[in-house]
Design a protein around this ligand. Structure first.
Ligand code: FES
Length: 268
């Protein structure tokens, strides 16, 4: 994780304002929240500002959004500098590649993906490629660890990457035909690599004998599991009646039981 600061003054545009379409959209977003809570729309509106501003938020954009939501500038600045989804300086025109470098992705080859970015874009993160079309950075977990290693480009994630597939993805963005997001090895969503491994062949466990296989059909995504008759039955044993006097035959050790302490009467 790098220090997140606004771009230097020489890169900052003088002003920012929404296009009429984006302004109408932003005003509509604010109506989703109760009066006085318009600040809750800050992430959505800041994200739209970033999309309009070539993929990064300028200081002018931060001030514009703060004014629109009646928030102190520093509050919007805190949001923009906290979330790595917001870029604070110009990024590649065609793609800004965020490579996850957290442990699961690193163990599964994120180092290779970073090498490709260094080779194809620039040795250092946050630097534009020679043609200004690409940039990259390493980020923390983006929540697709099960398909590690992965990278995010704009709003899409590209998963199950290796050097070849990362090169192909960059080629796709160069040609203006980005590849399909998601797993690059054909995995269905986050299902096990190579297809389903359980609930196949009538749901029998791999070690079960054929004669023990249940007769119900295998469950699939399209069939919801039906509750059995006993699904709602209480499995807990019925409570026993309280013992008559558990201390009668087994008086407590250490002499006769003490009398219960009497509560003091309140002073009058
Ligand atoms: S560790 Fe890479 S997406 Fe979670």
């Amino acid at each position: 994780m790098s220090v997140r600061r606004l771009a230097p003054k020489e890169l900052q545009p003088e002003s920012f304002s929404f296009t009429p379409e984006n302004l109408a959209w932003a005003k509509e977003q604010i109506t989703h929240y109760p009066p006085g809570r318009q600040a809750s729309a800050v992430i959505a509106i800041l994200w739209r500002a970033q999309e309009q501003n070539a993929g990064w938020v300028s200081e002018a954009a931060i001030r514009f959004v703060a004014d629109m939501l009646e928030m102190p500038y520093i509050r919007v600045m805190e949001v923009a500098t906290f979330y790595t989804q917001f870029q604070l300086k110009p990024v590649g025109k065609k793609a800004h590649i965020q490579v996850c470098g957290t442990t699961p992705c690193m163990l599964r080859g994120a180092g290779d993906i970073i090498e490709v970015c260094q080779h194809r874009i620039h040795h250092d993160p946050f630097h534009l490629s020679a043609d200004g079309d690409f940039s990259w950075e390493e980020v923390e977990c983006l929540g697709a660890c099960v398909n590690a290693p992965m990278a995010m480009i704009w709003s899409d994630t590209y998963e199950d990457l290796d050097k070849d597939s990362m090169n192909k993805i960059i080629d796709g963005f160069v040609a203006g035909t980005p590849p399909k997001p998601g797993s690059q090895i054909g995995r269905q969503y986050a299902a096990p690599e190579g297809g389903p491994r359980v609930l196949k062949d009538g749901g029998a466990a791999p070690h079960a004998k054929a004669s023990e296989a249940p007769s119900q059909p295998a469950l699939s995504d399209n069939d919801s599991k039906k509750a059995s008759e006993s699904a709602n039955a209480q499995e807990r044993p019925a409570p026993k009646a309280p013992a008559a006097d558990a201390t009668k035959d087994h008086p407590p050790q250490g002499g006769a039981p003490k009398e219960p302490r009497k509560s003091k009467e309140p002073k009058k």
